[in-house]
Design a protein around this ligand. Sequence first.
Ligand SMILES: *[C@@H]1O[C@H](CO)[C@@H](O)[C@H](O)[C@H]1NC(C)=O
Ligand SMILES: *[C@@H]1O[C@H](CO)[C@@H](O)[C@H](O)[C@H]1NC(C)=O
Length: 522
Amino acid sequence: MSSVVRLLALLLMCYGLYEVQSAKILALLNLALPSHYIFNRALLIELAGRGHQVTVISPDREKLPVPNLHSIQLEGIYNTIEKNVNYESFAEMSLWDFTFAMFDWGTDLCKRELQTEGARKLLNYPSTERFDLIITEIAWGECFFAFIHKFGSPPVIATSGVGIPPWISLTMRNPENPSYMPNFMLPFSSHMTFRERMLNFIIHNFVTLIYEYRYIRAEEAIARKYFKDFPPFWDIERNFSIVLVNTVPGVDDPRPLLPNVIPVGGMHIKDVPSPLPKDLQTYLDEAKEGFIFFSLGSNLRSDSLSYEKMQALLEAFSELPQRILWKFESDNLPGQPPNVRTGKWLPQSDILAHPNIRVFISHCGKMSSIEASYRGVPVVGIPFFLDQRLNLRDLVNKGVGVELDYKSITKENILAALREVLNNDSYRINMKKRSATFKDQPQTALDRAVFWTEYVIRHNGAPHLRSAATDLYWHQYLLLDVLLVLAVGTLLLTMAACFLVRTIYRTIINLTNKSNKKTKTN
Ligand SMILES: *[C@@H]1O[C@H](CO)[C@@H](O)[C@H](O)[C@H]1NC(C)=O
Ligand SMILES: *[C@@H]1O[C@H](CO)[C@@H](O)[C@H](O)[C@H]1NC(C)=O
């Protein structure tokens, strides 16, 4: 009897929960960067755990089934990238070439993705299919915005794994002042010299213009092949309810954020790390002199580094008393010293939490920089492209990292950089302080992300948080029209004044000439 009552109560409770909380969510995570999937996935897993029905489309896929999470894979994408893109070559490009290469990477990716079986599955969903919310990362995959229109334009939450790139400022009209906010591709600090501000101003506007007038239109053209009709992507973007950005107040330099730009930096980091594989745990536990963790992230492959650079690294490592754990993608590493251990895939955030870690050698992508900061591990940075140089510059300025220039890597400067961080305590101490401010927040980043996601679901969008500036053209937003009228007005007034002065002057001259003539004839 009592069990029947209990079951009934449970069913009622479940029904209540279901009615209030369960939303149908579609996540368009087609950006092919594994670290960004890890970032966004944390939110999706949490939402699924809270009873929401989540469908996610992505080149990445869940290895194990997750209740309430339906995964559609854009198959084969990473293989085609591996065949067609040489990330290392990005490091050698000028900023000009890189800007174009970066956006071309995005359009090329989108083209390939829409051709996959996975995309076809979603394209074949009936247009009457409805979702309560769409989540999408706003970077290098915008052709999928057409799905938003296909499914009846429900409220949209955007995310950004690279902090606040210029296109977020553009679409949300979040203030971005190049006088003290370095562009995400420039290795500047918040205190710029005149030359740096000039370059920052030019690059900021250049990237913004390319995004709006070249790139986003190219993405629309790709989508047009697969979708009958959709509004301009610009209208879809400026209609986003909120955007969740991967920045941390108090760790990243302060900047103004609109109420619909929510900082959720490091929302993928679990405060209590997951247990490491047993043999790895033992290896790190037994590192008496501590260990150094070396990873170039999920896009660059360590095994594609040139022979000379690889030898320089290995020779340097062999002279250190520490153990080295290296994320290395091949089975054999020629000339591997006894204190070096490799792994093809390593749980980075959990390794950084190991008490024996001394230094993290990193490419300084946003996720890695944030994880190092959260775990309080000082960094030796080898940046390649995008925001990596900016992230490293910040770590260096804050006294928690040193730079190692990839192009001029030698055994000597590798050892010098590592010994500097190993032997000078200030890096570790500063990093511990940074970690403490990172963690000192009223709620965790993930709780904040979940709150705002459910907020948007509860209110069926958040138009009341949208800045009125999104309704202005950029010339209106920057008051260029007003400045033009004022400038022309001032010019006309000045000309009128000049004309007046000249007329008066001439009249006076004429009058005096006449009176002079009169006096002469007299
Ligand atoms: C903007 O979003 C609302 C829902 O939040 C939707 O009704 C409207 O159609 C959207 N407009 C465009 C242009 O997507
Ligand atoms: C340690 O590093 C800091 C920051 O670079 C520097 O100011 C300090 O002089 C160094 N201390 C020693 C003993 O080298």
